[in-house]
Design a protein around this ligand. Structure first.
Ligand code: PRP
Length: 208
């Protein structure tokens, strides 16, 4: 099972503030974006480079540039939007897809209400973004959709995950690398990650 927990001190420190009950909407939004940017920075360490030559004002310089596929960020609405904003600070040219899913509070099943993806998403390096990987239903639904659109392998960036969600994604999409800032203990009877941080969408947008 390919799971990476980003243990960078800045990520862990920011996550500790994100979890606190007293963190305000404004702080929560900023922290989500910052953590996402740092997680993506870490995850993009493996992007391939190619050699090139540029002319500096002084001489020719051997340089290395990104090679390979262009990027696509796929934000699972609503909460993935702020993650995309954070990562776009690093890779402003990335294309952004949106998959609208909400989790039915009674059944915990994901309900799809919107899809808009770059037409060439199957030719891109795809990062799927959702702060919470709880039962894994939403992530699997988004990854299923991407597979239907020809995406061979995506990476899933979530701020917090539960073991149940990790296992569900790994079973349905073993090719997907899961990148987390924290892997928590379990889900409660309402499908909330424990200890978690509450409902990310509500805390981001001040709803409920
Ligand atoms: C939350 C969260 C994930 C999903 C995780 O979204 O942001 O998308 O639930 O749960 P799962 O792994 O069990 O599917 P929610 O349904 O609250 O929608 P929102 O982002 O619009 O608030």
């Amino acid at each position: 099972m390919a799971v990476t927990v980003v243990d960078h001190p800045l990520v862990q420190h920011k996550l500790s503030i994100l979890r606190e009950r007293t963190t305000t909407v404004r702080e929560f939004r900023a922290l989500c974006a910052e953590i996402s940017m740092l997680m993506a920075y870490d995850a993009m360490r493996s992007l391939p480079l190619e050699d090139a030559v540029v002319e500096t004002p002084v001489a020719s310089a051997q340089v290395r540039r990104l090679a390979g596929k262009k990027l696509a960020l796929v934000a699972i609405l609503r909460a993935g939007l702020v993650m995309a904003d954070g990562i776009l600070a690093l890779v402003p040219g990335a294309r952004v897809g949106h998959v609208g899913l909400y989790r039915d509070e009674a059944t915990l099943q994901p309900v799809r209400y919107f899809v808009k993806l770059p037409s060439d998403v199957h030719e891109r390096e795809v990062f799927v973004l959702d702060p919470m990987l709880a039962t894994g239903g939403s992530a699997v639904a988004a990854l299923d959709l991407l597979r239907e659109r020809g995406v061979q392998a995506a990476r899933l960036l979530c701020i917090l995950g539960a073991p149940e969600g990790v296992e569900r994604v790994a079973a349905a999409h073993p090719e997907v690398e899961i990148i987390l800032a924290g892997l928590d203990e379990r889900l409660d009877e309402r499908g909330f990650i424990v200890p978690g941080l509450g409902d990310a969408g509500d805390r981001l947008y001040g709803t409920r």
